[in-house]
Write a protein of this length. Structure first.
Length: 83
């Protein structure tokens, strides 16, 4: 599973450019800071090479064997981690 944290993304497009099998593409939507962020368009093609994870300058991409967290669950985790 490939997951992009849209609010952490700065829209550089590195993950899109470096994915060898075109799993990611710009979504056409903007995050809360007005940044265009990628979406997963072909998760089934992902080989797990981790290029997107390693080269994302903002640590906004996660590739895991587990399903992506539901947005509500993720926000709850972030809330609980906040000081
Ligand atoms: S892990 Fe590799 S194949 Fe999968 S989305 Fe990232 S760059 Fe593409
Ligand atoms: S590499 Fe990271 S910051 Fe750049 S577009 Fe992809 S997710 Fe966003």
């Amino acid at each position: 599973m490939v997951y992009v944290d849209r609010e952490a993304c700065k829209g550089c497009g590195i993950c899109i450019a470096l994915c060898p099998v075109d799993v990611l593409a710009f979504s056409g939507a903007l995050n809360q800071r007005g940044v265009a962020y990628p979406e997963v368009v072909a998760a089934e093609r992902c080989t797990g090479c981790q290029n997107c994870v390693v080269y994302c300058p903002d640590f906004a991409v996660v590739v895991t064997g587990e399903p992506a967290p539901e947005p509500d669950a993720r926000e709850a985790r972030l809330d609980s981690a906040c000081c």
